[in-house]
Design a protein around this ligand. Sequence first.
Ligand SMILES: NC(=O)c1ccc[n+]([C@@H]2O[C@H](COP(=O)([O-])OP(=O)(O)OC[C@H]3O[C@@H](n4cnc5c(N)ncnc54)[C@H](O)[C@@H]3O)[C@@H](O)[C@H]2O)c1
Length: 324
Amino acid sequence: MKKILITGANGYIGKCLYYFLKKKFKIIGIDKEKSSEKKITQCNILNKKKLNNFIKKEKPELIIHLAAQSLVDETINKKKYYDNNDKATKSLLEIAKKNNIKKIIFSSTASIYQQSSKPLKENSKIRALSTYAKTKRLCEKKIQSEKNLKFIILRFFNVCSALRSPIIGELHNPETHLIPTIVYKAMYNKKIYIYGSDFNTFDGTCIRDYIHIKDICLAIEKSIKYLFKNNRSNIFNIGNYKGLSNKEIISCVRKKIKNNLNLKYVNRRKGDVSKLICNSNKAKKILNWKANNSNIKKIIDDEMKWIFKFNKMGIKRKFKNYLL
Ligand SMILES: NC(=O)c1ccc[n+]([C@@H]2O[C@H](COP(=O)([O-])OP(=O)(O)OC[C@H]3O[C@@H](n4cnc5c(N)ncnc54)[C@H](O)[C@@H]3O)[C@@H](O)[C@H]2O)c1
């Protein structure tokens, strides 16, 4: 069994992926936060000495690099993004090279693209506006410039929902993503803020492409196989090829939960664009991957299962409101 290292293995995607791949590969993980999982070691990528000792001992054949300052919030100190995204990736690449690791999969983001009314392709115009997007783009460039390294860059759209077996999903602190926020607040009758109703879209609320975590895990699995088989670098957009407005999501959640939602429309957040939709044809053609699990009904159902689970454990979701 091939040994694969996941960085950021204690995060949302990392933990789901860890469980998803565990039976298929020999999976080890690192994260700067402590994990209850034995195979996930606490290690900050910026600590080059510790990272080198770990990699030297474990000798993974491929790295899936998910670790990042991932919360998109322009009020966060920029240094956090440059350290945990740009600098950490540089450090990881240096140690990978030193230990002769020649394959990497990197989680990039749709937010590096200039917004467009059309679904975005891998060669669509790049225009990274937020500090988060700028640092993710810097990471992409660093990876692309490494000689002797084969890479897959996956540009994820809006990842959401939970795996069913085991039931595991998203628990950011604070939670800022739309689906986990709306579903949770609808279930427990809390006030839901919708940021902006004056976007240039058919109903005035912004449109995003939501992709189920299971489809993300499948895309990563296909990328691993592609890298081992073809040993060739590539870039893929990973999304559902379908946009949903905030109001459309609200309507689906309302139908499912049947509560009177406590909604409040407020000003836009700084930096939010009107529309981001993925053209995933390239991943379909080359990776033979398709978003088969990303219909909104399944997204909401699986998110609810996960909420019931962590709520039973006495865990509450924490939110940050962006009221201007
Ligand atoms: N969730 C999404 O919708 C989405 C969309 C596009 C791209 N992505 C990208 O996918 C990746 C995973 O996203 P996520 O939602 O799981 O994020 P997350 O914040 O839940 O997880 C990131 C993990 O990385 C760890 N980490 C950060 N800096 C580190 C460092 N210096 N050393 C070691 N560990 C460190 C954190 O402790 C955290 O556990 C990120 O790179 C993110 O940018 C996510």
